[in-house]
Design a protein around this ligand. Structure first.
Ligand SMILES: [Zn+2]
Length: 80
């Protein structure tokens, strides 16, 4: 039964961090090579569902991992 957890490929999944206007940060992971042609895809913010259009390597648009970025909010020095 634990074999089902071995299905994930071990290849490095690139993660690109994006920020939503709702204040949430989320990461989009893919297995693509960023040197390849990119296409734009629409992903939804995991926090509020707002759509974001982002570029990803062609062919990876159906294998994206979108998840909230964990960790504390980095200080940007802006006003609240
Ligand atoms: Zn959001």
């Amino acid at each position: 039964m634990s074999d089902t957890f071995q299905m994930k490929p071990n290849a490095d999944r690139r993660r690109e961090q994006h920020r939503c206007t709702c204040g949430a940060r989320f990461e989009v992971g893919h297995h693509g090579d960023p040197l390849l042609t990119t296409v734009t895809v629409e992903v939804k913010c995991p926090a509020c569902g707002k759509p974001h259009t982002i570029p990803v390597p062609r062919g990876t648009e159906k294998d994206l991992l979108v998840e909230l970025a964990a960790g504390p909010e980095p200080e940007t020095g802006g006003s609240g």
